[in-house]
Design a protein around this ligand. Sequence first.
Ligand code: MEV
Length: 430
Amino acid sequence: MTDPTSQKFYELNLAERLAHLSRESGVPLEELEVLSGAGGLNADQADHMVENAVGVFSLPLGIARNFLVNGREVLVPMAVEEPSVIAGASFMAKLVRLGGGFTAEASAPEMIGQLQVLDVTDFEGARSRLEEHRAELLSMASAVDPMLMRFGGGARDLHVRLIERSEIGPFLVVHLILDVRDAMGANAINTALERIAPRVAEISGGRVHLRILSNLADRRLARAVCTIPLEALAFEGYSAEKVRDGILDAWAFAEADPYRAATHNKGIMNGVDAVVLASGNDWRAVEAGAHAYAAQSGRYTSLSIWRKDAQGNLCGELEMPMAVGIVGGATRVHPAAQVGLKLMKVTTADELAEIIVSVGLAQNLAALRALATEGIQRGHMGLHARQIAAAAGAKGDEIEKLAQQLVHEKTIRAERAEEILKEWRKQAYD
Ligand code: MEV
């Protein structure tokens, strides 16, 4: 692989980028070409995925560059409609690699499933009977998916909780912990829950109501850390110390205030969701887990932590639930997701989780660095102006020319774009 820090990938045209990507990644061009056009999924494939399908809905797919995760170069596919996200992640990854790249880890892929048990009369008796039957219930749950057992997964534990509710009275909740290996695991856990539910009812003497996984996957966490050498933070008129301290002050705001934390975490999810989506995973599940985890202390706060080390370098950390898989579901049937996984060269769900959390941290840094210095609008302007120009009806070379004019006038508005276009076309006609 050539040195990614010297690439000017963004200067190539679409066809050249695909060819370059193919050479760089070793993924054959014919396979990458599924990304062109409708984004790899056709209406017939969509028809097998959802009910009442009438077609497909596409999003831009870009490649974030410069990522070094656990010492490995990674090309990161990101599906996202927002300008500046991919550029921001790539640029921050470039700064992070000056400090050795991202160090990331994922805990065991253990999902939590919940059974709500109502109408229990003897709570302590039910709890101790369920605990006595733990081994039997775990082996019942494991037997549901022999394939999972073959790959080293299976049921790991059972916890019994009592929840007090004045409206309906207290009820029991049984948590089933299932190691789902390289799957996202929703199907595995929901099937296992449905299988053990009747036996749980018998043992507890209650009635099993809900049987569903929890998206607060706090036993399946991914964590990334990075260090940016202080001197790498300086740019234009901003000293390195000013940028670093500005980022730390911005983080303190998110840490203290839920209004700010929601936006701060949204910035993290810009990166996380884009990779979750490009790998065919369930981004709503990851979103739900992220925000519930951010509120786990009882107060919603920042998912990331930023601090300075003894040498004054900037250090970042992001830990969050990461229920993603590389087998099953859309990861298997969506051709673009298959290409995405190949580009990242991931062989386990853990590796995918480690990349995703690293991208989330990079994205957070991009937002904080911009917000703490020149603001985010400057970075957004170019692409936003191109979107407005295209929407106003500009075609071909006109799009770039009109975008530049809008940026120059500092008026990136649809009415102004239409007005300029009308003037140009009138001049050409006259
Ligand atoms: C915009 O999509 C994301 C940001 O608002 C994140 C943040 O404020 O940290 C820029």
